[in-house]
Design a protein around this ligand. Structure first.
Ligand SMILES: *Cc1c(COP(=O)(O)O)cnc(C)c1O
Length: 377
């Protein structure tokens, strides 16, 4: 059986977790947390980084920092994970769903302007599969209308837009270390703060609405309740796990990229015949090999392919039911937007197994099974 995902362990996780446990400090914001945050600030140039317990939490922090209030509108692609929208809904925002591009599932920046109203407060570009949205276009529109941009970079670690790291372009950005992502800590996330206006408040929101971080730096002589917030910070045990992964970033990324290239080469003949499309990486974007997907010609063909692969012991999955058609949204919002590209990806996209330990032989088996499937229809 070839699973869809298998969390990769570098071998040093338990060692660092042991160190964290026996250091006598296992709550948050200790040595490993600082090491991880420093890693991201140094390597990618984010002005300030805070580890969180998930990307969902980082997005919730972003929604608070953007001061999203009831009545505000937030533009989110419909083809994304629930959290991209839910984090803002919890602040009372009305979600305005945007369609995907024809060439990839990212938000269509050319259709963005039409969705903006005087109430629009935030745009949330999601870098699907770690491939950049067209950030110059999005930032230009946002600046012109005085709108904040929160990058949902959950899948976008170590990926770039015109040479700039994803997560460094919007005012704020959220990353995920969920076990299905490239770099993992089981559950985990990171908020990157690029607009300096948000730095002081971000630490307070992170620490349950207290100015505890300033107190520990000796900047104030007592700490107390100064703002809203929650317990968004992970324990040192989680940060220790994550640090082991970060040390192996290069190795993990190189192997994933090799897997991606093997899929791409192995399936190119079928893609050229028009039987499905493979991911298209725009010239402004890099590929961090988070995901390898096919876009089939129809829902029926996709279902048949998934079933066929399963008979070979290969687990492929589809995902993202359109959020604008979700049970929750349709119960709470009267809007019924037409988002044909989103519907297309929701019906036709299938993700192939993608994880560090996937062997060349297994990739060969998967590629062969897909050839078999298409030779029979
Ligand atoms: C994985 C993912 C999330 C959620 O991440 P968690 O760390 O599980 O909260 C949010 N948005 C996108 C696009 C994701 O892929």
């Amino acid at each position: 059986m070839i699973p869809f995902n298998k969390p990769y362990l570098t071998g040093k996780e338990a060692h660092y977790m042991y160190q964290a446990v026996f250091s006598g400090k296992i709550s948050g914001n200790g040595i490993f947390t600082k090491k991880c945050q420093y890693y991201f600030e140094q390597r990618y140039g984010y002005k300030k980084c805070l580890l969180t317990t998930s990307c969902t939490d980082a997005l919730e922090m972003a929604a608070i920092l953007c001061d999203v209030k009831p009545g505000d509108e937030v533009i989110v692609p419909s083809y994304t994970f629930v959290s991209s929208a839910l984090a803002f809904v919890r602040q009372g925002a009305k979600i305005v769903f945007a369609d995907s591009m024809g060439t990839n599932p990212n938000i269509d920046a050319d259709k963005l302007e039409a969705l903006i109203t005087p109430k629009t407060k935030v745009i949330v570009p999601v870098h699907y599969a770690g491939v950049a949205c067209d950030m110059d276009k999005i930032m230009e529109i946002a600046d012109r209308h005085n709108i904040l941009v929160v990058e949902d970079a959950a899948q976008a670690i170590d990926s770039y837009y015109k040479g700039r790291p994803l997560g460094s372009i919007g005012h704020l950005a959220a990353f995920s270390f969920h076990e299905t992502k490239n770099i993992i800590s089981g559950e985990g996330g990171l908020l990157a703060i690029n607009d300096e206006r948000f730095i002081r408040r971000s630490e307070i929101i992170w620490e349950k609405g207290t100015n505890r971080s300033e107190f520990f730096r000796g900047e104030v002589n007592k700490y107390g309740w100064v703002d809203t917030g929650s317990s968004f910070l992970p324990s040192e045990v989680i940060a220790a796990f994550l640090y082991a992964q970060l040390e192996s970033m290069e190795m993990i990324q190189n192997r994933r990229k090799a897997i991606w290239a093997k899929y791409y080469d192995g399936l190119k003949d079928l893609a050229d015949m028009g039987l499905f499309s493979t991911p298209e990486i725009p010239t402004y974007a890099t590929n961090n090999a988070h995901m390898f997907y096919l876009v089939c010609r129809s829902l029926e063909e996709r279902s048949a392919l998934i079933t066929y692969l399963k008979e070979y012991g290969i687990l492929s999955v589809f995902h993202y039911l359109a959020l604008h058609k979700s049970d929750y949204y349709t119960r709470h919002c009267a809007d019924r937007p037409e988002l044909p590209m989103c519907d297309h990806y929701a019906d036709c996209l299938v993700r192939l197994p993608m994880y560090y330990e996937l062997s060349d032989e297994e990739i060969g088996q998967i590629v062969e099974a897909i050839h078999d499937f298409y030779s029979k229809i």
